[in-house]
Design a protein around this ligand. Structure first.
Ligand code: PHE
Length: 340
């Protein structure tokens, strides 16, 4: 076969190539060890020494031509394959997307976080205690000995004679005081779940949350307590809110008060309505003493509030069960910043 024929044949065949495999076979056919050009080169033996270099040059030219052409074809095939792949994976960006529902924060957790922030800004830190508590911490260390009648105020879920589900977050007061080894200052709040044998209705639940507060230092007075609560209530509900302190009884505080917040029409003195949101008082000397503090040197105040009540008042929620039943229609209203 002459060089010119080889070239022609190659040009015919390369047009028909459809994939890499065929391209490879074509390369072998023309450039391979037993390929057409190798065969042609063998003919150089019959040529005179003067003719050989020219002949060799011609063969090389054809070889380079075929080689370049094969590379070009290879690139074309790759491009075509890529285009085909892209076309098959085409995404229609105008199609409507699937709606993804985002969860939101429960209003109760929201209010707990908000209350924490207010107290943190006043220099408090956040403490925690166990939900399964000992009789000692839930009652005895809080000035409620074994057969104290005030235990009836809090119907309890007992696990054994000595273990119960805590009925209040107040045991954390005793735990924190013990940790401090008789040395103030202590300034903590403690949010957490509490449990009582109550029948559930719109305003009662057998499980609810409390936020306990405790301050122990030298020269802590009742006016510190009142000022703190006033600041807190205005920070949560707004400047126009009024608070009312009513004398009350808790075995672990003396004197004790219950604190109501105004609601409804605050400007109309005669018709103000009140809702109780917390209990508070000066830490009882017995409680200080049992937890290792000298009541001659130290004094303190404590309070315990119900964040459910705070949220109900703030958001106008009338049923405490709404916080726990996870009705999305209810929960969504508190997450208007979400895109749902
Ligand atoms: N632990 C009390 C209750 O659950 C509330 C309280 C806390 C009262 C701290 C005074 C001081 O009713």
């Amino acid at each position: 076969m002459t060089l010119e024929n080889i070239r022609k044949e190659y040009l015919e065949l390369v047009k028909t190539i459809k994939d890499e495999k065929e391209l490879y076979d074509l390369r072998v056919k023309f450039l391979g060890k037993k390929g057409a050009l190798t065969e042609v080169m063998k003919g150089a033996r019959d040529l005179s020494p003067e003719e050989r270099p020219t002949f060799g040059k011609l063969v090389n030219e054809v070889k380079t031509f075929i080689n370049d052409s094969l590379e070009e074809r290879k690139a074309e095939l790759a491009k075509a394959a890529l285009e085909l792949k892209l076309a098959s994976e085409d995404i229609d960006v105008t199609l409507p997307s699937k709606k993804v529902e985002l969860g939101g924060i429960n209003p109760l957790n929201k209010i707990i976080e908000e209350i924490e922030e207010i107290f943190i800004s006043m220099g408090y830190s956040v403490a925690e205690g166990p939900e399964v508590e000992t009789d000692k911490f839930n009652f005895e260390m809080l000035n409620l000995p074994k057969d104290h009648p005030a235990r009836d105020m809090q119907d309890s879920f007992y696990i054994t004679n000595e273990l119960l589900m805590r009925t209040q977050t107040s045991p954390v007061q005793a735990r924190e005081m013990l940790k401090a080894n008789g040395e103030g200052p202590i300034k903590i709040i403690c949010p957490g779940k509490v449990f009582r044998r109550d029948n559930d209705d719109a305003t009662h639940s057998h499980q609810f949350t409390q936020i306990e507060g405790l301050v122990v230092d030298k020269n802590i007075t009742f006016s510190d307590l009142k000022g703190t609560l006033e600041h807190f209530i205005k920070a949560v509900f707004g400047e126009n809110k009024k608070i009312r302190l009513r004398p009350s009884f808790f075995p672990f505080t003396e004197p004790s008060v219950e604190v109501d917040v105004s609601w409804g029409n605050e400007d109309d003195e005669e018709n103000i309505k009140w809702l109780e949101i917390l209990g508070a008082g000066m830490v009882h000397p017995n409680v200080l003493k049992m937890a290792g503090f000298d009541p001659e040197v130290y004094s303190g105040f404590a309070f315990g509030m119900g964040p459910e009540r705070v949220a109900m008042l703030k958001y106008g929620i009338s049923d405490i069960r709404s916080f726990y039943t996870n009705d999305v229609r209810f929960l969504k209203q508190f997450n208007s910043d979400r895109n749902d």
